[in-house]
Design a protein around this ligand. Structure first.
Ligand code: G4F
Length: 333
């Protein structure tokens, strides 16, 4: 049985990856931050499975800055594969908390690489990088060779981490890879990201729980795929015969307006009747023309994003409608 360690196990990607690895027979360890709440909704169904929780799925408390504890966890569970998904992942928020963003996203990654470098039994390492490293690129679509030109604190922190991963691979021989991910969404997406904010609003407006939704720029274009497919590519990267970097993307980009259109169409409404624009959600600087060329992943890993934007929006709206309907039929305590 292979053992995997995941940072950021309670996030969207961490949950899908855990499901995938458990289904492949792995023993999965996750690093979580200590907090006053133990609610980890995305993994709840696995915690209730007696054959899984504390048998093949284990959680350990540690902060990314706490290298002593992380080293101890690694020595204890001796992972074959380490998936590093944790970090401050909100691009807009990175303008408000740039130091925290760099501490976790940039330095957190370097600290993990340093720990691995000293280990006798080194796990294969996957870092979840981001299209934000390209910022305002000269070429579109972008591939693994496109120069980095980040324009947000988050993108700069990710560019640092990405280059460190490449450096440790080339200089110290680590099996270390960057999954350069474009936006990937799902019903498990956090509610402050634009897609989930829109699908939740479309469902709530359709059920008459909400009257409108406030958004920032509607012209931003993104390459949006389905998260469950992207974690499969991450796993394939660590099964590849050599460590490398791969762009993971759909290859098509759409505007926020397109996503609104598809989501409100799923509940037979016109988004223009419900959307307000609010300067609070505008960013001081934005990446542009971010669309990925994932042909290397297709060629070498046999991976291709399949879910198209209308389908993605539809399945997210459907999940949000089901959540509302389920909470309405729950007995009140
Ligand atoms: O959903 P977003 O916040 O995603 P963003 O900034 O592209 O970042 C996500 O994808 C990256 C690439 O994979 C990841 F690295 C990163 O960690 C994160 O997962 O915003 C998408 C677009 C932007 O143009 C933004 O300005 O939507 C626009 N937008 C318009 N109104 C909004 C809003 N974004 C948010 N979060 N909230 C709004 O109200």
């Amino acid at each position: 049985m292979k053992t995997a360690l995941i940072t950021g196990i309670t996030g969207q990607d961490g949950s899908y990856l855990t499901e995938l690895l458990i289904s492949k027979g792995y023993s999965v360890h996750g690093i979580v931050r200590r907090s006053s709440t133990t609610v980890r909704a995305r993994l709840d169904h696995l915690f209730h499975r007696e054959d899984i929780y504390n048998k093949r799925l284990f959680l350990h408390y540690a902060d990314l800055a706490d290298t002593t504890t992380i080293r101890r966890i690694m020595l204890k569970c001796t992972p074959d594969e380490l998936y590093h998904l944790a970090g401050q992942s909100h691009v807009g928020a990175s303008f408000d908390i740039p130091e925290t963003t760099c501490e976790f996203t940039a330095m957190g990654t370097l600290k993990l690489l340093e720990i691995i470098r000293d280990l006798e039994q080194k796990p294969k390492f996957l870092h979840i990088s981001s299209s934000e490293i390209f910022g305002r690129p000269d070429q579109s679509p972008q591939n693994e060779m496109t120069p980095m030109r980040p324009v947000t604190p988050y993108g700069i922190a990710k560019a640092f981490a990405t280059q460190m991963v490449t450096l440790y691979r080339e200089s110290f021989g680590l099996f270390a890879c960057n999954a350069i991910c474009y936006n990937h969404e799902s019903p498990l997406r956090g509610e402050s990201f634009v897609t989930r904010k829109i699908t939740r609003a479309a469902a709530a407006i359709a059920r008459k729980h909400q009257e409108s939704v406030s958004l920032g720029s509607l012209d931003g274009r993104r390459d949006w795929g389905f998260a469950a497919e992207y974690v499969d590519a991450m796993w394939r990267m660590l099964q590849h015969d050599h460590a490398d970097d791969f762009v993971l993307a759909t290859g098509t980009h759409h505007s926020v307006k397109d996503f609104l259109d598809a989501s409100f169409k799923a509940v037979d409404l016109d988004w223009q009747d419900f959307v307000k624009q609010d300067p609070r959600y505008m960013r001081p600087s934005e990446g542009t023309r971010l669309v990925g060329d994932a042909s290397k992943a297709e060629r070498e890993l046999g991976w291709k994003a399949e879910t198209t934007l209308p389908k993605l929006a539809e399945l997210m709206v459907e999940a949000d409608l089901q959540r509302i309907d389920a909470s309405e039929t729950k007995p009140a305590f």
